[in-house]
Design a protein around this ligand. Structure first.
Ligand code: SF4
Length: 497
């Protein structure tokens, strides 16, 4: 004989409590468990008590491919005369933005939505994940020196990240992360969390690098370094610039030095000059010679020419070899963005005297600038979704991880494509500019809230132990939920393609 015990399922119930005679609802969307009075919202402002019902303040965001709905159509369910079917035959994708969270993790995700695409039964599991293990990787296109690698990055005086590697024409920062969120003081955690939310929501943030620059960074915008808006991302290092433009300088100059904090290039020593049979100029450059015509460490890093600290290019010239140098030689010194350039003629004493820059030379300098791309700050959200969040998708979480690795499950964040790292867990990266505006929220634990969707064939969902009893149609969502329908901009691939 066996006895069955039913498992309580409070997923969609509103729990309430009475304090000092005032009824409150208990928000169970995160471990904080706010008790919210009528007409008020909880600590994160995402959930409120409206008419005694716990309600997600923002509507859930849906994307549709129908051209007529490009832009935003809000409040469908409240629209007078609406027949409940505003998107006939239109592909619709339910995003995690505004979808809400379920806690503790054994509860199914807030939306598990079935739909048909290209004749295939699909399902999308939608939630707003609460991420403690997450950070933002920021790429700042600049030649200028922002600070030493590993230096602490501060926001409002609190440590919120560090300087990581320099990349080609860019400096990378790592901001946020679990150690700043929960491993330091309460204030550090709060400031880090606010900074992360601002970055994700494409707001400008002010940062100070210890021993380095002050920055204002905003996703998709030019960074401000020490109050100056960065304009150009360098065309390449000094050596690359020599290689690219050597033929265009040939015959117009006798020497070119491209000043760069990484590799300063010297045309007549460089392989590019040798291939053009240019005679050596005899110039001696400060720094460490790497290979012919390529010099490291010609100056200290800074915000001057080519990311060095020099404002006078002659500071890196150590004179000339008298046996080789020829008075009258025409010498161009230029930075890797073409923003700084000066022309000189060598006199009888082998001193470089400033001279007017010939038009033909100026044209090439301008072309360096033309070949620079606009300097931008780009922001990627990096998060680990491999933990308990998976239980909202399936009763057997490891199967979700494996299915993602086997490419059976498409992961998106607010409908934006993500890169899932190889190896264990579901560690993903996504460009915040591809996500809907204001996709990010926070909870006071502190942690970041971000939308995430898992799309797959309905049959595969069943196989991996999905919450089949919670699958509902997209039509049901449209009829019964507060939704905001947004036209698909076509910049991202359609998640259910
Ligand atoms: S912080 Fe927000 S999600 Fe968490 S319990 Fe309070 S209202 Fe709910």
């Amino acid at each position: 004989m066996s006895a069955e015990r039913s498992v309580p399922d409070p997923a969609h119930e509103t729990a309430s409590v009475e304090r000092a005679g005032t009824p409150k609802v208990i928000c169970d969307a995160c471990p904080v468990l706010c008790q919210i009075s009528e007409g008020r919202t909880g600590a994160c402002d995402r959930w409120g008590n409206f008419n005694g019902v716990l309600t997600r303040v923002d509507p859930v965001v849906l994307f549709t491919k129908v051209a007529a709905t490009a832009g935003e159509l809000t409040g469908f369910v409240e629209s007078e005369g609406w027949d409940g079917n505003p998107l006939p035959d239109a592909p619709v994708f339910v995003t995690g933005v505004g979808s809400g969270t379920t806690y503790p993790d054994y509860k199914p995700a807030p939306f598990i939505v079935s739909s048909q695409h290209a004749g295939v039964d699909m399902v999308t599991v939608v939630t707003e994940g609460i991420f403690s293990y997450c950070s933002f990787k920021v790429k700042i296109d600049t030649d200028r020196w922002l600070g030493p690698e590993q230096a602490t990055v501060r926001c409002r005086g609190e440590a919120v990240g560090h300087v990581t590697t320099a990349e080609y024409g860019s400096q990378m920062l790592s901001l946020g992360g679990v150690h700043h969120l929960t491993g330091g003081s309460k204030k550090e955690g709060r400031v880090a969390c606010e900074l992360m939310m601002d970055l994700g929501n494409r707001n400008p943030v002010e940062l100070a690098i210890e021993g380095g620059a002050q920055l204002i960074v905003e996703a998709g915008k030019a960074p401000l370094v020490n109050g100056v808006e960065e304009q150009r991302m360098r065309v390449g290092c000094g050596s690359a610039t020599i290689g690219i433009f050597a033929r265009q300088w040939y015959g117009e100059v006798d020497e070119v030095v491209v000043v760069d904090d990484h590799i300063t290039g010297v045309l007549t020593e460089h392989q590019a000059g040798r291939c053009l049979d240019m005679p050596a100029s005899g110039i001696k450059i400060r720094g460490k010679k790497s290979t012919p015509g390529r010099y490291f460490q010609v100056a200290n890093p800074g915000t001057g020419w080519g990311g060095t600290d020099i404002t006078d290019p002659l500071a890196i010239v150590n004179g000339f070899d008298a046996k080789v140098a020829r008075p009258g030689a025409r010498i161009l010194m230029v930075s890797t963005t073409g923003e700084d350039a000066a022309f000189f003629v060598l006199n009888e004493d082998l001193r470089m005297l400033p001279a007017p820059m010939p038009d033909a030379v100026r044209k090439v300098v301008e072309r360096i600038g033309e070949n620079c791309e606009p300097a931008l700050a780009t922001v990627l959200f990096l998060a680990g979704a491999g933990g308990s969040l998976r239980a909202g998708v399936t009763e057997n979480p490891v199967r979700l991880t494996r299915s993602i690795k086997d490419l059976l499950v498409e992961v998106t964040c607010g409908g934006a494509p993500v890169y899932v790292w190889p190896g264990g867990g579901i560690t993903l990266m996504v460009d915040v500019l591809r996500m809907p505006a204001n996709s990010f929220g926070w909870v006071p634990t502190p942690a970041i809230v971000a939308p995430i969707e898992f799309s797959m064939r309905l049959a595969d969902y069943q196989t991996l132990g999905g919450h089949m009893d919670r699958v509902r149609s997209v039509e049901d969502v449209l009829r019964n939920e507060r939704v905001r329908v947004v036209g698909w901009d076509g910049l991202n691939p359609w998640p259910l393609r």
